[in-house]
Write a protein that binds this ligand. Structure first.
Ligand SMILES: [Zn+2]
Length: 75
């Protein structure tokens, strides 16, 4: 087995879920405790939250829909 524990991610052997702070292996992508998608470990030993583009776009679309509704309703 090759030893990748001391690489660019620092000296952490594990990372913590940013949502529930469960300790997880460094290569885990989904938290085994809360099911949240998580990214690489940061310098504090916490897993980064990957950008959730789908919910970002859905949020933007709902705001656009609201703006169109307001424009339609009042003008
Ligand atoms: Zn979690």
């Amino acid at each position: 087995m090759s030893d990748h524990r001391k690489n660019e991610s620092g000296s952490f052997a594990s990372k913590r879920c940013p949502e529930c702070f469960t300790q997880l292996p460094l290569d885990t992508e989904i938290c085994t405790s809360c099911g949240m998608k998580i990214g690489k470990v940061d310098k504090y030993g916490l897993a980064k939250k990957p950008v959730d583009w789908l919910s970002y776009v859905l949020c933007l679309l709902s705001w656009v829909g609201l703006a169109v509704f307001v424009w339609w309703a009042f003008f």
